[in-house]
Design a protein around this ligand. Structure first.
Ligand code: PLP
Length: 487
């Protein structure tokens, strides 16, 4: 069969199967998690003839039936949201085109869109528009890693050719990040040959924000000890408490010591860019050298879609990472923007910017502003609900703190339970709740200056489908689980 005819036949059925899937997934009773069915799944690969169009829809339905249901508003899990319908279209479009954003000719429109969206994010970040630019990476971790590699090579340019034998100019390169930062910074330091021992964990204040005074003291101490600090990661919206590190104070330290300031805005970056003034008291990332924004988290773009936005544009990236492999990257009159693949550690690249661009065109900027503001307001309302919720015969509710982004953190504490046991209680309740499959929630831990907090529930709110009623339902489900577990 002709490819176009085959695709038409498949898409015709897909329209029904996909929209049915979303309709049932969105229903009030739809399970979120169905791991119990794993033993009955037929995953065998046919050795001879495949199942063809007649059989493939059973397989598609089987996958849909066993997949985690991110379309439900009861999916309140690890920081990403249900996709938007336009996001699904964007994802499908990328599969249809199969363009490769490593070289311009292999993805001209994807490259132009990537440049456009990167510049718009830079503009929202208030970066200088004579230079600023952005590139996509498959996730916040890869964006952070590229930022660190670029900063490292800028500070130690001989490294690109001589490697570690160049000895970093006889110095010990050092990275600074808060104790609450995402582990991708440490992984990046491992990948970049910096080593975990040279990643300095900067303590935070009681809200989980980096203590800039301690950062200054630690940088000075490192310099006095023969270290070569070169990179500071500030987090805009930490993974667990959602804290926003004080960028201005951190930027002062970086300016005084000639350090690269990266802002990991994987989680809270969109809040800072789209409603920093209204929701975050004027919080701004404008003084950063580089910024990670991860639209596949708070912005409803399907996985994966992340941006690294660079104050000085792509030039330092090219300087750090480009090898100009002439069998792939050719100088060409058509290629105005350059082959962006050569500015990264990789080669083939998905033009993920298309998904964000399409959603942005479809909804407009205002959609993201109100989506993000709505999530933030709902997080505050949910925190108030937890605080005001009366004790049950089995226990009481305790808020970890006021939400700083859209994560709400709390405990359900059985009466008479000592604080040492709160963490075990949370884990048990979470396991009970998730095993029922009706909601998917998570727990986390955090170290504060006063000591480690017992493990607590951490619910990220990031989908416009979530309502206060959904969240009240989750609290009721936890109370019910407590009754079952501790009665
Ligand atoms: C603050 C922060 N940075 C980076 C990441 C990693 O992003 P990704 O999962 O897209 O690699 C996360 C993930 O939750 C995060 O919360």
């Amino acid at each position: 069969m002709e490819a176009a005819d085959e695709l038409e036949e498949l898409l015709r059925e897909a329209t029904t199967v996909f929209s049915d899937y979303v309709r049932t997934s969105r229903s009030a009773q739809a399970p979120v998690l169905r791991i119990s069915e794993r033993d009955t799944l037929d995953l065998a690969l046919p050795e001879e003839d495949g199942v063809g169009a007649a059989g493939i829809w059973d397989d598609v339905r089987m996958i849909c039936g066993a997949a985690t249901n991110t379309w439900s508003e009861r999916f309140l899990y690890k920081l990403y949201a249900s996709p938007t319908p336009i996001g699904v279209l964007g994802e499908a479009l990328m599969g249809l085109l199969n363009n490769n954003a490593h070289v311009f000719q292999a993805s001209p429109i994807g490259t132009l869109i990537e440049a456009k969206v990167g510049r718009r994010l830079a503009e929202l970040a208030k970066f200088p528009m004579d230079t600023a630019a952005g590139l996509t990476f498959p996730g916040g971790s890869y964006s952070n890693m590229h930022a660190l590699m670029v900063a490292r090579n800028q500070r130690f340019p001989e490294l690109k050719r001589k490697g570690f034998a160049g000895g970093f100019g006889g110095k010990r390169p050092m990275v600074f990040t808060s104790t609450h930062a995402h582990y991708s910074i440490e992984k990046a330091a491992v990948a970049a040959g910096i080593g975990l021992d040279n990643v300095v964990s900067v303590p935070t204040d009681a809200a989980g924000r980096m203590d800039a005074q301690q950062l200054r003291a630690l940088v000075e101490q490192a310099e006095a000890g023969g270290g070569a600090p070169f990179f500071v990661n500030a987090t805009a919206g930490t993974t667990v408490l959602g804290a926003f590190d004080p960028i201005d104070d951190i930027a002062d330290v970086c300016a005084d010591h000639g350090l690269w300031l990266h802002v990991d805005g994987s989680w809270g970056g969109p809040l800072a860019l789209f409603c920093g003034d209204s929701e975050l008291g004027g919080y701004s990332v404008r003084r950063a050298d580089s910024l990670t924004v991860n639209p596949h988290k708070l912005m409803g773009v399907p996985l994966q879609c992340s941006f690294l936005v660079m104050r000085a544009g792509l030039a330092p990236m090219r300087e750090a990472l480009s090898l100009g492999a002439s069998y792939l990257f050719h100088e060409d009159a058509l290629n105005e923007t350059g082959d962006v693949g050569d500015a990264t550690l990789g080669c083939g690249r998905r033009p993920d910017a298309i998904k964000l661009w399409l959603a942005w065109r479809y909804h407009g900027t205002q959609y993201f502003c109100s989506r993000l503001r709505g999530a933030r307001q709902l997080a505050l309302a949910f925190a108030a609900l937890v605080e005001a919720r009366p004790p049950t015969p089995f226990g009481r509710w305790v808020l970890v703190g006021q939400p700083q982004s859209t994560c709400v953190c709390f405990w359900f504490v059985p009466h008479g339970c000592s604080r040492d046991a709160w963490g075990d209680v949370t884990r048990q309740l979470c396991a009970r709740l998730n095993s029922l499959g009706h909601v998917l929630v998570d727990y986390a831990s955090a170290d504060l200056p006063a000591g480690p907090l017992p493990v607590f529930f951490r619910l990220p709110i990031n989908s416009p489908h979530v309502t206060i009623e959904t969240l009240a339902g989750v609290l009721a489900a936890i109370e019910h689980a407590a009754e079952e577990v501790f009665a």
